[in-house]
Design a binder for this molecule. Structure first.
Ligand code: HEM
Ligand code: HEM
Length: 194
């Protein structure tokens, strides 16, 4: 197991995965809520926007899986020595919540889309090019049952996206506090360098 210095940094692989996943998630949060205004103003653009949302979301899910595997062998530096016990506990709780939601939100989106009764006639193509699969749980169901699950899983997707935003706000507020109020080298931990 590698050393875990207190004021060290995450590995370049962890940093790259952190920022790719962060941009993917922030993009999809914005893009997801933008569907509503798009539907009203430019209904012809909605299908392409939803397809792009799904492609980004599936990519995020894959990157999160890689990140979790990487974390097992490379846990990263110990928490900063200057953290008070409650800050250490809160940041660990927020990080665990984020890991959980980084899996649940895209997975619920994928399940929601897989339960869509229009799925068989609308094959999924990642970024318009790579054929991708739906989760094979809803194949034998009637349209009414598919509608039921499509609805419920859509609700789970939306509600967990709200919880993700709450956890993210805490995460970003914590990073800003340590960097600017406590004047500790917080940002460099999640950036490249020796
Ligand atoms: C969707 C957006 C984001 C997600 C899902 C996310 C998730 C995470 C997670 C799970 C960790 C824990 C890493 C580990 O111990 O394995 C982490 C660490 C970190 N994140 Fe984020 N993050 C996001 C955005 C941001 C932003 C916008 C900032 C900057 C303001 C930021 C700054 C950091 C820093 C500095 C750390 C290192 C914390 C430490 O000292 O250990 N993150 N992030
Ligand atoms: C990075 C992960 C993801 C985030 C943060 C995210 C976020 C969101 C948000 C905020 C909405 C709008 C909810 C609403 O208006 O009630 C939404 C809608 C949706 N998402 Fe996601 N999503 C992600 C991944 C996925 C994935 C992987 C899929 C499917 C493969 C997916 C499929 C959908 C669909 C079909 C909708 C509804 C679009 C419509 O109104 O018809 N999402 N998502």
């Amino acid at each position: 197991m590698p050393e875990r210095p207190i004021n060290g940094r995450y590995t370049s692989v962890a940093v790259t995965l952190h920022w790719l996943v962060a941009f993917g998630i922030l993009y999809n949060l914005w893009n997801g809520w933008w569907f509503d205004s798009l539907e009203a103003a430019q209904p012809d653009k909605i299908r392409a926007a939803v397809d792009f949302h799904k492609s980004v979301g599936i990519t995020v899910l894959g990157l999160v899986a890689l990140r979790i595997l990487w974390k097992i062998g490379h846990p990263g530096p110990l928490p900063m020595g200057t953290l008070k016990p409650w800050e250490r506990m809160l940041s660990a709780a927020v990080h665990h919540t984020l890991y959980l939601l980084m899996v649940i939100v895209p997975l619920a989106g994928w399940l929601h889309d897989s339960a869509w009764k229009g799925a068989p006639s609308h094959p999924m193509l990642l970024f318009g090019k790579i054929p991708w699969f739906r989760l094979p749980l809803f194949g034998g169901m009637s349209d009414a049952s598919k509608d039921f699950w499509h609805d419920k899983l859509g609700m789970v997707h939306t509600l967990t996206a709200y919880v993700l935003i709450g956890a993210l706000m805490l995460h970003i507020a914590g990073a800003l506090k340590h960097q600017f109020l406590d004047r500790q080298p917080q940002f460099r931990r999640m950036w490249y360098g020796k």
